[in-house]
Every structure is written in C-alpha cells, then in structure tokens.
Design a protein around this ligand. Sequence first.
Ligand code: S3P
Ligand code: PEP
Length: 429
Amino acid sequence: MINTVQPIKHTLKGSLRIPGDKSISHRAVLFASLAEGESRIYGFLHGEDCLSTISCMKDLGIDIQEKHDYIYVEGKGLHGLREPENVLDAGNSGTTIRLLSGILAGQDFSSVLVGDASIAKRPMGRVTGPLKMMNAKVDGRAYGSYTPLHIRGGSLKAIDYLSPVASAQVKSSILLAGLYARGETKVTEPFKSRDHTERMLETFGVSLGITDRSASVTGGQSLKGTEIHVPGDISSAAFMLVAGAIVPGSEIILENVGMNPTRTGIIDVLEQMGADLTVNNRRHLGGEPVADLTICYSSLSSVTIDGDLIPRLIDEIPAIAVLATQAEGTTVIKNAEELKVKETNRIDTVVYQLKKLGASIEPTEDGMIIHGKTGLHGETVESYGDHRIGMAMALCGLISSTPVTVKDTEAIAVSYPSFFNNLAYLSGE
Ligand SMILES: O=C(O)C1=C[C@@H](OP(=O)(O)O)[C@@H](O)[C@H](O)C1
Ligand SMILES: C=C(OP(=O)(O)O)C(=O)O
C-alpha cells in the first residue's frame, strides 16, 4: 500500500481519542491467559501486533473472545497452557515473541516461535541467554540468538540478572519466567525501562519487589482474573503531538493518553523545545496514570536527548526527528543504539528517508544530529515496512512544499490502524 500525504492547506484542529496502548494490550492478554478465572480487557488495541499475541495464546489453548467493547479471556492458571500443534507466529512483534518466550520457558512442553522477516533479524539472545541461565532449554539460529526459537521449558531456577540493556521486553520475559521458578528472580537494568509488567502483575494480585532500577518476583504466586482498562498509547499520541506542533495554526486535543512516567520522555522533550503543550485532567485508569493533552503550533528550539531519557522515548525518536527538523538549532540524540535493533535500523531509516525530503540530518554511532529549521519537499520515501517510519514520513507530507508519497504503509496497522483516518479528520477532510 502506498499513501500520498498532501501539504496541509489550513490547520489541524479537533479532539481525538488515541487508540489503546500496545505494550499494555499485549500484557493484558498474556497475563489474563495465565490468571485463574475470567478477565475483561477494555480499550484493547486492535493493532496487528496485539492480534498476534491473541492468536499465539489461542494456539496455546486459551479461549479469547471479542465482545462488544472488551476482550474476554478465560484464564487457565500458570500451568494451564497446552502444547501448541503448530508454530507460534509473532508476526512483526518483538514484544510478543520476547514476553512469550519467558512464559514458555516455564512450560513443560515444546514450542517453536517464529515471526516475519524483520523479527528474524532482531536479537533474541538478550532473552534466551538469561532464560537458559534459569534452566530452560532454548535453541534457534546461532544457538538461540535468532528465530525460529525452540523452547522446551520445565522447572526453572531463580536468577539475579544484571541486564546489559534497558529493555522492558528483557525485564518482562525474565520476570514472567520467574513466576515459574523456585525462589526470587530479580532483574536490574542500567536505566529504568517501562514498568507496565510490574504494575499489571500487581493488578493481577502478584506481589513484586521494586526499586529504582530493579524488579523482583518470587515464583509460585498465582494471578487472579480481573478487569483491565487500557489507556491511549502515548507512542501513537506522539505522532499527533508532533503534527500539532509543526503545522502552523494547529490546535489538537488528545484524550485519555497514558502518562506512565517511564513513557513520558516525549512530553519532556516537547516542553524543553518550547512547544505549546498543556496537560489536563490528570487521573488514574486502573494501575496507570492518564491525562488529556492539548498541543498548539508554536516556534521550537533544539534539544539534546540522551541517557535515562532514551528508554522513556525510544519508540518516539522517528517522530522526534521530524519535530527537530522544524526546531531552530542543532538537536543531538545520543545513547540510542537500541534504535538499530527495532523493526528496522531506525538510525539509518530515519536519517536517509528524512534526507531525501531535504532535512539536514546525519547519523552517528548511537543516534543522530539534526540541524533546523529546514523546509521539506515532496519525494517518494520508504517505510521499509516499519510502522513508526511510515508515520514519521507521513507527518513530513503535512508541511512539505509538494506531496510526500510513503511506501508500504500497511505496516502502520501494527500499532495505529486509524492513523490516516485520524489525520484526515484533524485536517477537516
Ligand atoms: O515492552 C514493551 O512493550 C516494549 C519495550 C520496548 O522495547 P525494548 O524492550 O526492546 O526496549 C519498546 O521499544 C517496544 O516498542 C515495546
Ligand atoms: C519496537 C517496537 O515494537 P516491538 O519491539 O514490540 O516490535 C515498536 O512498537 O516501535
């Protein structure tokens, strides 16, 4: 699928309810499946990644049904999964394959996990390594470093793991395996990563030990079915925040956006850049903070983004790079080498596609440098099947002198299926 985005004739105006958070939707389905009794998930994201999680859990014998306004899951308890008859397909979703690996490490049966061509290039050793330390039998290409993964779980031993990367997927995978291990399993990270697993396990009745950069769980605790309300995804909201900040005259209201502090790096960056952003109606939805955001166009200045801010905005960097092209001065993004192992190498894909549109941007070993403010012009750009690259390029079309054509935009359905509809609504079409 190819989409051409025309330069905006007027402004972006209106109020949107952002679709459900992808990270939280995955976890809700996984944990509800492992819980005892029924769960209902409201506000679930019907993105392709989360649908991959549902389909894997169905293949593991869980009854999951789509109801009018919620997803019904009949949990079978920690030991209620059945050996799948076929390979489990995670599609494009790193979260699915890595979190599920942790769960499968605790199962006394054999399973094979695969994904698409992008997943085949992404590192799995970061989870299979510690899972092997816990005594799971895991194999795959390069000794379990790449898919397909074969996991035969069983009785696990607890570990105290010092993760070399700040990754919620690594942390979550090990903690989930830890539910099946004897004793206390602990993960410590260089910087705190998103903590949705810890918060939601608590909602399901599991007690955890949490410190600044570590989380621990004692094995053998059971999960109890519950109701989950999924907030809007700040990573999807980020694209609309950037759109509102760069299209002159815009005013956009985004309702019900997740404001978990481990995810709000984009808010900090917008504020530091001088964006006209207001956060209203702060409240809690289940175990997560949410708010309504109003973004208006304003002039922007450059920032430096590094250190512990990086895990708090890692998925927003493609959108932030577009924002930085419209900010006066030089924006530097560093310590973001994790970008290289996402759906694409997002340092390369962001830099080379933005360059095609006239941006002054260069790659570095661990990030990028963007000189602003530059005008952008129309061109045909690639998304390389990466949802966030596709959306970032589409934003450029709103402010370019001539239309921007983005290739392979079907990938956007991975996280934000209504992206183009939402943009069309805001532009009054
Ligand atoms: O746990 C999660 O839901 C996610 C964690 C992050 O990945 P890493 O754990 O690889 O940092 C993020 O980039 C991904 O989109 C979702
Ligand atoms: C990296 C992402 O997701 P995942 O790792 O689940 O594929 C993302 O959504 O940007």
